[in-house]
Ligand binder design. Structure first.
Ligand SMILES: NC(=O)c1ccc[n+]([C@@H]2O[C@H](COP(=O)([O-])OP(=O)(O)OC[C@H]3O[C@@H](n4cnc5c(N)ncnc54)[C@H](O)[C@@H]3O)[C@@H](O)[C@H]2O)c1
Length: 269
């Protein structure tokens, strides 16, 4: 029996996630059962007219399709509004827009909904490398965590132009923002999910230091994670290819697909 998958969001990452799942070599063992997409909830159904995906426009219709598992790849707003409803209905969720968890009220609503539904929210590694080691180190002891994100200047153009700053003529890397992970996730809702991911896996939102750079020499997203503590020292860095002309890293789709495959494979890695 294949796993019945529901999706919230069918943009750059959603489509790429389905592509990853449909690779003939997706399973590392021949026990991989595969997935069937039973419903896709989007905010703009008219733009998906004639789509090959089973498009729905409200959460009731998503749940009526009886998914075994739902992947959220939409937005922080969609996460806040919809994921608690899915969890409360007893369906597990794999989350992409985890920056929403920087808000105490959202975190509380997720925990309450999962208790009500006997369900679980899973947070995959997303765009980051080293999250497995960081989450393990947390159980041993961590003193410091630093995250540096560098991306092409266009990624931060709207944030900077709102402050009267123009990055278009930049000829060297420039620090755009620094602060803690809670403020990073609130300030850059589309681009600071990784800061939230690191905070949740490591030493929390307040103690995680974040620096964001605009770098005109880059065409990819550069994520660098450093941590120290009784566990030792960690330095992980990944340069991620973007999906088309979006700012989203292609590897995020691989990480969502991999999390789905934890449910469908005999050997999970
Ligand atoms: N965890 C990570 O490491 C990581 C990395 C990059 C991006 N992301 C997040 O993944 C999410 C998806 O990114 P993307 O590049 O695919 O975005 P996108 O704009 O290409 O696609 C978003 C999709 O979500 C749908 N959507 C938006 N709001 C919705 C709502 N309220 N209800 C239903 N559907 C809604 C849109 O219709 C669209 O199909 C974003 O929140 C992004 O910040 C996470």
């Amino acid at each position: 029996m294949t796993l019945k998958l529901g999706m919230i969001g069918m943009g750059a990452i959603g489509k790429e996630t389905l592509r990853c799942l449909s690779r003939p070599d997706a399973g590392i063992d021949d026990g991989h059962t595969g997935v069937t997409l039973v419903a896709t909830l989007v905010s703009d159904p008219s733009r998906h007219a004639g789509s090959r995906y089973p498009i729905v426009s409200d959460v009731a219709s998503l749940l009526a399709a009886r998914p075994d598992l739902v992947v959220e790849a939409a937005s922080q707003a969609a996460f806040r509004a919809l994921v608690p409803q899915v969890l409360a209905a007893g369906c597990d969720v794999i989350a992409g827009s985890v920056g929403a968890l920087a808000d105490h009220a959202v975190m509380a609503s997720i925990v309450a909904a999962a208790k009500t539904g006997g369900s679980r929210l899973s947070i995959p590694s997303g765009a980051l490398a080293g999250i497995d080691a960081l989450a393990s180190a947390r159980l041993v002891g961590i003193d410091t965590v630093e995250y540096t994100r560098s991306a092409p200047p266009s990624t931060w153009a709207s944030h900077e132009s709102a402050r009267g700053r123009d990055l278009s003529a930049l000829d060297a890397p420039q620090l755009v923002w620094e602060g803690n992970a809670r403020d990073a996730a609130r300030t850059f809702p589309k681009n600071a999910n990784v800061a939230a991911l690191i905070a949740l896996a490591g030493i929390g939102f307040e103690r995680t230091r974040v620096r964001i750079f605009a770098d005109p020499s880059l065409t990819t997203n550069l994520h660098s994670l450093r941590a120290t503590g009784p566990f030792g020292r960690l330095h992980a860095e990944i340069s991620s290819t973007r999906i088309g002309d979006t700012s989203s890293s292609r590897i995020v789709a691989g990480s969502l697909a991999r999390s789905v495959m934890w449910q469908t494979s005999r050997i999970a890695i």
